[in-house]
Ligand binder design. Sequence first.
Ligand code: UD1
Length: 441
Amino acid sequence: MERKRYVMQPFRFNAAIQHPVLLVWDIVGPWRTDRNNDFTGKAHIGAADEMSLPALRQEAHTRREQDLMRSSKKPIMRIFLVAGARPNFMKIAPLYRTAQDFPEITCNIVHTGQHYDKAMSQTFFDDFGLPRPDYFLKSGSGSHAVQTAKIMTAFEAICTENRPDWVMVVGDVNSTLACSIVAKKLHIQVAHVEAGLRSFDLSMPEEINRTVTDAISDLFFVTEKNGLDNLLREGKPADRIHLVGNVMIDNLLHQFRKLEDQVSQTFSSSRLKQKLGSYAFLTLHRSSNVDDETRFREIAAALNTISDEIPIIFPIHPRTRKMQKMFGISFSSRIHLLPPLGFQEALFLWKDARVVLTDSGGLQEETTALKKPCITIRDNTERPITLDQGSNILAGTSRNGILNAFHTVMTDSQKNFGIPPLWDGRAAERIWQVVVNTASV
Ligand code: UD1
């Protein structure tokens, strides 16, 4: 199979001379291989080596776009859709899929490489049927400043070279912040999906990321009314704020249907699920919880106690695994540690769990949409609507707080949880409609 050779274009050569980081990148980047990373080798366009179904769909879309360019009076809008870390991939999946229905839009996926392990990245592209990213920036891990700077440098180069009309960022990770700043300084319009959420806790990097991103965005797509209120209070123009629902739920409902259709699908955890029967499902990765030894020990003590009552399935995040080893924290044998899971397998496990325990933002929303009891191991949440619906309990991070919440869930027979307005699987459609309308004004 012929591999595309990397060719340094004149612009890139000039940029590389001006930016030492890029110069190094251009020398070593194309030949560097990341461990377990399947998007290797191309800092630029990633041409698919094998034409998978999504790749064929992408090619068909490109051809359609070229035809339109030739024949249509309508301008084509080029959008850079940015994703970098695991929770971003589920948000861009419905956006990318739905964009194919809007002939005015051409959508390029930019993967910053913030998450790079196969289990943290490629698996999700496979699960979601996403094509290989058009641009893969290989930023990798590092301190916040190093990671953010690497993303910015690489993203600036592709934006300057390709001049998209819009950059669309999702969520609140470092890639969201880095790419929105770069775009805005290049006078490219920025749309923020999942705008307006606030925990009002600036010790969380995500709160800084989302607040700064919102400070400079041009269009705000909001998942819940609290987000709308926060943005209005911060002085954002009302006509730029759109309550559209939740793309994370678009993806969840789509994947849920797919999972139900694949009745014969077996995962490596299928036998464990069957053996346990009743179990709790846990995710834990937030730096505020696992990087602080005292707090991590307190949480682990609560989880070990809970596991005496009900076994726990725990796909463990690389950060958590690293810190657990460093602090020498041990988990009960009734806590079943699994490697990070793909979306489908995680859903297959948590949808039937007795209760979900988590410090993730996304899982608070996903459990709400499926009316699954959820205990959030944090002191605050930027997603208060999940509490209002009754399925999510904010437990705090103390041993007692977590145990109390657990006992409430286990004894509470209340099951008539609500689902927030517009969490109906059609948020992406609404978003593109707004983008098209805004551009044609
Ligand atoms: C990031 C997001 C967080 C999100 C989480 C989901 C920021 C500030 N944080 O946190 O909001 O909830 O992703 O996972 O953007 N690592 C690997 N392989 C990978 C990626 C990371 O081993 O593919 C390890 C590295 O040791 C790295 C550590 O995990 O240092 C943390 O990764 P990083 O992206 O910095 O932060 P997350 O904790 O994943």
